[in-house]
Design a protein around this ligand. Structure first.
Ligand code: AHG
Ligand code: MN
Ligand code: MN
Length: 333
């Protein structure tokens, strides 16, 4: 079988006019960083990368050593290539400017360096999520304001999943494409062309320990799923919750499902749990590109006008028929 590498895939996309040399370079650099993160994640205790870093990030969350390592890898890998105007990271409060001795490019890169941090020490899948926007200001030093573009403006989005195998999932607005890391060769191989999310599903993902804080439309929806065959849905549903958004979304991209981190009384004052710019938006683009849907329960995620770099939002995404139903329950209520 002919093996297509990520590089070959991107060059072919470029020839077809679906991507530019600059965006191709950006994606290749992110992929290289992902390989380095994958090496660190998989070494675990052998490399002394488990446990707390002893610091808090901008969100007031305790950083794990791997949060810090993954963040450093992504920042350093992307600084020198000349393809970026600036970066933003879950782990960095302000916009990260490109050092002045390097050339600058036209894109803004946003990332969650290590998603699912609570799973690091227990050896369960974690990931990296990224989003690419155009810098609207051309050559100047980008400000936070330049990043505050709705998700529909993303030119590319993707994630890496550090699971039993390391996978890179990518969209440049022409479907969703999956690559698997060949560790011996050190290259990503094109293994999952045009991934799609089935319209219907019998699987849901939500942190049920928050049930008492949910809003009535979420209470209603989940109660109906739990009632199974004997309830209004007339069929049984299965539940999964990895607590790594990347892993939960990847399962949905592979076999369907609905993922929810909805608004609840516990996270209301923060606006939600998940971050809009580097969690919800890139995942929404991927899910929509795969034929699914992504809303806050009330509005399409990619239509939200961001007001802050580290803004949080409620998230409902996955199989379109289920996301539409949840959204309908919210809008009725
Ligand atoms: P991060 O590790 O980047 O802070 O993100 C964790 C997120 C997401 O990956 C996951 O779906 C969710 O938080 C889990 O939240 P609970 O611990 O409340 O289940
Ligand atoms: Mn995350
Ligand atoms: Mn994170």
């Amino acid at each position: 079988m002919r093996r297509v590498t990520l590089t070959q895939f991107l060059i072919e996309q470029q020839r077809a006019g679906r991507t530019t040399p600059e965006l191709r370079l950006l994606i290749e650099v992110v992929a290289r960083a992902v390989k380095a993160i994958s090496v660190n994640v998989s070494k675990g205790a052998l490399a002394g990368v488990l446990g707390e870093a002893g610091t808090d990030n901008v969100q007031g969350e305790a950083q794990k050593k791997l949060d810090v390592i993954a963040n450093e890898i992504l920042l350093q890998a992307n600084e020198w290539g000349g393809h970026l105007a600036a970066m933003a990271s879950e782990e960095v409060e302000e916009v990260h400017q490109i050092p002045f001795d390097y050339p600058k490019g036209g894109f803004l890169l946003l990332f969650d360096p290590l998603d699912g941090s609570s799973n690091i020490d227990v050896n369960i899948s974690v990931g990296t999520i990224f989003s690419v926007l155009r810098n609207p200001e051309g050559d100047g030093e980008p400000t936070e304001q330049n990043f505050l573009q709705p998700g529909r403006e993303q030119v590319a989005a993707g994630y890496a999943l550090y699971g039993p195998s390391t996978q890179l999932i990518l969209t440049v607005g022409d479907g969703v494409h999956g690559f698997t890391l060949d560790r011996e060769m050190g290259s990503f191989i094109y293994t999952h062309p045009f991934m799609t999310v089935p319209n219907e599903t019998q699987e849901f993902a939500i942190n049920a320990s928050n049930a008492r804080y949910w809003e009535p439309p979420v209470q209603r929806y989940i109660a109906e799923l739990q009632a199974g065959k004997s309830g209004p849905r007339g069929k049984d549903f299965n539940m999964r919750w990895v607590a790594s958004m990347v892993a939960d979304v990847h399962r949905i991209l592979t076999r369907g499902g609905i993922f929810m981190y909805p608004m609840d009384e516990k996270c209301r004052d923060k606006g939600g749990k998940l971050r809009l710019m580097y969690e919800a938006n890139p995942m929404a683009m991927i899910i929509e590109q795969a034929g699914g849907a992504a809303t806050t329960g009330r509005e399409r995620i990619m239509d939200l006008q961001p007001t802050k770099l580290h803004q949080r939002v409620p998230v409902v995404l996955g199989s379109a028929a289920e996301v539409e139903r949840v959204t309908k329950y919210h809008l009725e209520g």
